[in-house]
Design a protein around this ligand. Structure first.
Ligand SMILES: NC(=O)c1ccc[n+]([C@@H]2O[C@H](COP(=O)([O-])OP(=O)(O)OC[C@H]3O[C@@H](n4cnc5c(N)ncnc54)[C@H](OP(=O)(O)O)[C@@H]3O)[C@@H](O)[C@H]2O)c1
Length: 249
């Protein structure tokens, strides 16, 4: 099964969690993959375990010049882009009464400005009939305490995606998003919370999921593969919840 044979895929946040699982799956399906992340050493580390045709590009998505660099290096190496998976994101929590300008800017620069600038740089190089996939979140559908700015950032991204879907229609580019529920990735250990708090938070999330557990990065990667493949050829503009039913009850 090589459903992405000769396709060129760019993945942000590819050194960890959902992005890394997707990079591995896309490589296994024959894609040429550009793995991007903000930490060179983390990319070097994961590169050791990868098989297939890929390059790594160190790029901070919050930085305009780095988004240009990511696309420039992709085009220099592979000449075109078929799949743009804008997945990098952060979710540091804070009560709304404690929000600071720095907190807001940090989250919005990465979760909103980053993908918007990456799309701008990539559009001239995406093949007609190509596809753009975003990682959103079900936090836009349900209110989870302390995730106010994160939720707002993903909501902004969702609104942007609808306009993007309209603006690329003449080129046959499909724009879709995945909205994961709680997925077992390192994002929780990066929230700046004590380990026991993270553990309790995890149990709380899992109890709310109708299927009673966290999802895996591989389950999101499988969804990204489906949306990127020809099997999803008439799926466009949607947000697909992959959350064990959490958003629906
Ligand atoms: N896990 C969940 O429960 C869940 C639920 C809903 C949505 N999501 C979304 O899923 C996406 C992937 O998250 P994940 O759960 O796989 O977490 P993760 O393992 O922490 O992966 C996030 C990736 O984004 C990268 N990143 C963060 N800031 C960046 C920046 N400024 N420039 C470039 N890369 C940056 C991270 O790099 P570092 O390793 O350097 O931090 C990491 O590679 C995010 O958009 C997140 O909001 C996750």
């Amino acid at each position: 099964m090589n459903s992405l044979q000769n396709k060129v895929a760019v993945i942000t946040g590819a050194n960890s969690g959902i992005g890394l699982a997707t990079a591995k799956l896309f490589l296994a399906q024959g894609a040429k993959v550009v793995l991007s992340g903000r930490r060179a050493e983390a990319l070097q580390e994961v590169a050791k375990e990868l098989q297939g045709e890929f390059i790594t590009v160190t790029a901070d998505v919050a930085n305009a010049a780095d988004n240009k660099k990511l696309i420039d290096q992709t085009v220099n190496k592979y000449g075109k882009i078929d799949i743009l998976f804008l997945n990098a994101g952060v979710a540091p929590p804070t009560p709304l009464s404690d929000v600071t300008e720095d907190h807001y800017n940090y989250i919005f620069d990465i979760n909103v400005k980053g993908p918007i600038l990456a799309v701008k740089e990539a559009l001239p190089h995406i093949n007609d009939g190509g596809t753009i996939i975003f990682t959103n979140s079900i936090v836009t559908q349900r209110g989870f305490e302390n995730l106010g700015i994160y939720s707002a950032s993903k909501g902004a991204l969702r609104a942007y995606q609808r306009v993007l879907t309209a603006e690329v229609k003449s080129r046959g580019i499909r724009v879709n998003s995945i909205a994961p529920g709680p997925i077992d990735t390192p994002i929780y250990s990066k929230m700046g919370l004590p380990e026991e708090v993270v553990e309790e938070m995890g149990k709380g999330f899992a109890q709310q999921v109708p299927l009673g557990r966290f999802g895996t990065s591989e389950e999101i990667a499988n969804t990204a593969l489906f949306l990127a493949s020809d099997k999803a050829s008439f799926i466009n503009g949607i947000e697909l919840e992959v959350d064990g039913g959490l958003s629906q009850i």
